[in-house]
Design a protein around this ligand. Structure first.
Ligand code: 5GP
Length: 114
């Protein structure tokens, strides 16, 4: 599976990377929906959607949530609050089929979401 996110992992296309380790990569969304909008992805490329997750992915999934929280703190949005979103398939609004987590903050969020 190759998506634009694989190309970002492989540094074939540029992204504004804010965090990287062996398991995950985090970078600014190209079309931000909030003052802070960061995408966090696992580096494994066998996860197109949340539906592909099985027990062997639990560690990496926990890790992307942990990294999102660390970034929220470093970006200074943890006290006011933020939102973490993972879209799945068409009704969920997923457009890139490499699972990813959105970290959104820096403004008050609406509920229910659109
Ligand atoms: P989805 O709709 O799949 O949940 O989210 C995909 C996100 O990836 C969108 O918010 C979109 O703006 C972002 N995105 C798509 N292509 C690129 C890209 O080339 N670079 C970056 N940094 N973000 C991208």
């Amino acid at each position: 599976m190759s998506t634009i996110f694989s190309k970002i992992i492989n540094k074939e296309i540029l992204a504004n990377i804010v965090y990287e380790d062996d398991l995950v990569l985090a970078f600014k969304d190209i079309t931000p929906q909030a003052p802070i909008h960061i995408i966090i992805i696992p580096k494994v490329t066998d996860l197109k959607t949340l539906n592909d997750i099985n027990e062997k992915h639990i560690t990496v999934l926990g890790h992307i949530v942990f990294v999102a929280i660390k970034i929220a703190k470093s970006e200074g949005i943890s006290e006011n609050g933020y939102r973490i979103v993972m879209n799945c398939n068409a009704d969920g609004g997923q457009s890139i089929f490499h699972i990813h987590l959105h970290l959104l903050g820096g403004r008050e969020m609406n509920w229910p979401p659109g």
